[in-house]
Every structure is written in structure tokens, then in C-alpha cells.
Design a protein around this ligand. Structure first.
Ligand code: TRP
Length: 361
């Protein structure tokens, strides 16, 4: 069986370090591993509209930002098909048929949807489109017969729901769709990178993000203002690691080689942590290390972004062509689906013949 990746992001803002460690970095590695037959990366504008119906301008403005973030991280249009969800009507059509295979109570149990409803204070006024987006996400995945969906941990319930739809479809109409598998970060801290303020998650509305497109100066400023340990007042005080965002980021980004390069007094992160906990190590020194590490990681991303920003029409052209390629692929699956559901009336000679017979007696 072919190995196929599909994944994507909602274009509601520029992408940040949480996206990067949670999924983007891995995607680029998977792309470059060469073991996948096809890779589809989708800008999920239609899904973003499910809770931004009154603000399409926001989505429209952010498609290019997400595309630039993708390209600057090293997603390569020669190897991966980058496309825009709304340009594939086949996805909407698939969703419509899948809706018959899912119950309202099953959607209500989806933990990610539940959490998002709370977060957005939808309470009793949940848009139907938003409520059903897990079904549309199942269409996104299955349209490409994706075997692998690299995502952050918060997306696991979506993949589970997609798998259920695939099983239900195949059981009802015969083997047609492929059950996808989620691929989540191996490293636990990468599953949920906290904000620079130490809050549970990086989120644009909390203003606690480091963006992939931030300048060197902005990154440094944000790192130097990061939340650490409020009880660590004097350098000599013992410091705590739990809830200390600077150390959480180091867990996500730091490798032993970084010490040789930036802080040779220590051999590895464990030594640095031990010193911090003992007391005698100041926050500024640790923040400077983190800043150096982040700058090293972000510099090539920033360089590639600067290059692509000079060719915006070229980026739109990549998305246009990618959407064409993706559309052809989704069209094949839609044909398979309609054939399996036996709603392909006009290509079904036997159906027409049987009705000829029925009325010729
Ligand atoms: N739900 C994803 C997000 O919030 C975006 C998305 C839409 C997606 N369709 C998908 C991810 C299909 C993986 C596969 O970012």
C-alpha cells in the first residue's frame, strides 16, 4: 500500500514555535526522509471559517502567512503538494455523505470539539458547521487515502473520529477508504509547548507566542521576558523547574551540542538543571542560552522567509497548482465513494438495463 501523508493548519494567524515543535518540524523531516509516496499539506481555510464566519478577511489575510511559514520551514513544493482546502469542492461533497454515518451524540462526545465550544463560549449557539467540522476533517484525510496524519496531540480525537467513519463506510458500502494513523511528537514537551508567560498553551489571543516570523530582536525580547520561577529571587536561591517556561523550552529545543557552542561550562541540560535547583545560577544566563538556541534554529527559517516574501505571486502560484493536483486526487476518491454507494447512476449500464427490463414486460 502507498504511504500517504495529509495534514494541515487553520489559517487564523502566523505559525509559532508551538506549531513548529508540535508538527511542522516533523513534517519537514518526514518529507525529506523520502519514504512517503505522496505528501499533501492543506491550508484549512474552510475549517477556519466554521468559527470565523463573520470575519472571512482574517482567513483571507492569513493564507499567505501560513504558506510563507510552510515554505520557510523547508516544506518543498517539489516534494509536497501545498493546497487550499476551499478550492476542492470534492471535500464538501464527501463530508455530506459522511454526515449520514455519524450521530449527533458522537460529535458531542468529541473532546476537542467540547473544549473548543467552551473556549469560544458558544454554549447554546454553536454553528452547525463548527459542530460538524470533525466530519469535514475526516473528508480531508480520506480524500487522499492518507495513511499518516502528523498532528499535535490535540488532534487525536479528530483522527479517531475519521477512523470510525472509514470503518463505518467500508462496512456499509464495501472496502473503499483507508484508515489513517496519527503521528504525534515523540517528545512529550513538544506536544504542548507553554506560552512565554508559562500558561498552558501558546495562543495568539493570550499574546504569549514566539512566531516563526519574529525578528531576531523580537525573539530575544520575548525570551528575556519569559516566565521562570517566581520564588527564584536571588541568584543564590534554589530554583524550580516545574512550570518554568524557560526550562520547558530547553527541554524542547536543547541538544548536548548546544552546550559546547554556547555554554561550555556545562556538558548537558541535566547539569544545568542541577545547578539551577541547587541555587547559584541566575535566570539571565539560562535565558541567554535559550535565546542562542532559538536564534540558531530560527535563522535559516527567517532567511528562507525573506526570500519567499520577495516572490508573493510565486507563492500563490504554488498554492494554485497544488490545489489543482490535490483536486484531481480527491476527485478519484469521490468517484470511488459514489461507485461504492451506488449513486453513480449514469455510468451504471446494468442499472439502466434492469429498468429497461422491468418496464418491458
Ligand atoms: N484541525 C486542524 C487544526 O486545528 C487543521 C486540519 C483541518 C487538519 N483538516 C485537517 C489537520 C486534516 C490534519 C488533517 O489545525
Amino acid at each position: 500500500m502507498e504511504k500517504i501523508i495529509l495534514t494541515g493548519d487553520r489559517p487564523t494567524g502566523r505559525l509559532h514555535l508551538g506549531h513548529y515543535v508540535g508538527s511542522l518540524k516533523r513534517r519537514v523531516e518526514l518529507q525529506n526522509s523520502g519514504i512517503y509516496d505522496k505528501i499533501f499539506i492543506m491550508i484549512a481555510d474552510a475549517q477556519a471559517l466554521t468559527d470565523n464566519a463573520d470575519n472571512p478577511e482574517k482567513i483571507r489575510e492569513n493564507i499567505i502567512e501560513v504558506a510563507l511559514d510552510y515554505l520557510s520551514c523547508g516544506l518543498d513544493p517539489e516534494k509536497s503538494t501545498l493546497f487550499i482546502q476551499s478550492q476542492l469542492p470534492e471535500l464538501t461533497e464527501l463530508s455530506f455523505y459522511y454526515m449520514n454515518l455519524v450521530t449527533v451524540s458522537r460529535l458531542q462526545r468529541n473532546p476537542t470539539v467540547k473544549a473548543e465550544i467552551q473556549l469560544r463560549n458558544f454554549e447554546t449557539s454553536i454553528p452547525v458547521g463548527f459542530f460538524t467540522y470533525p466530519i469535514s476533517q475526516a473528508a480531508d484525510i480520506t480524500a487522499f487515502k492518507a495513511t499518516t496524519v502528523p498532528v499535535g496531540e490535540d488532534q487525536l480525537p479528530m483522527i479517531e473520529q475519521a477512523r470510525e467513519i472509514v470503518r463505518r463506510f467500508n462496512m456499509t458500502y464495501g472496502d473503499t477508504l483507508v484508515e489513517p494513523e496519527a503521528l504525534i511528537p515523540q517528545n512529550e514537551v513538544c506536544c504542548r509547548l507553554p506560552g512565554t508567560d508559562g500558561k498552558a498553551k501558546m495562543s495568539k489571543s493570550l499574546g504569549n507566542c514566539i512566531y516563526l516570523s519574529d525578528t531576531e530582536k523580537e525573539v530575544k525580547q520575548k525570551v528575556m521576558n519569559m516566565f521562570t520561577d517566581p520564588t527564584h529571587l536571588l541568584v543564590s536561591d534554589p530554583g524550580h523547574l516545574e512550570g518554568n517556561a524557560v526550562f520547558t523550552y530547553l527541554d524542547a529545543f536543547c541538544r548536548d551540542e548546544h552546550f559546547a557552542e554556547f555554554l561550555p561550562e556545562y556538558a548537558c541540560l541535566d547539569e544545568l538543571k542541577a545547578h539551577y535547583q541547587r541555587g547559584g545560577l541566575g535566570d539571565v544566563k539560562v535565558k541567554k542560552l535559550l535565546n542562542n538556541i532559538l536564534q540558531a534554529e530560527l535563522a535559516p527559517i527567517r532567511e528562507r522567509r525573506a526570500m519567499w516574501q520577495k516572490d508573493i505571486p510565486g507563492v500563490y502560484e504554488i498554492l494554485r497548482q497544488g490545489s489543482q493536483v490535490a483536486r484531481a486526487e480527491a476527485g478519484k476518491t469521490l468517484d470511488d465513494v459514489k461507485r461504492a454507494m451506488r449513486i453513480n447512476y449514469f455510468e451504471d449500464g446494468a442499472l439502466i438495463r434492469s429498468h429497461v427490463e422491468k418496464y418491458s414486460k
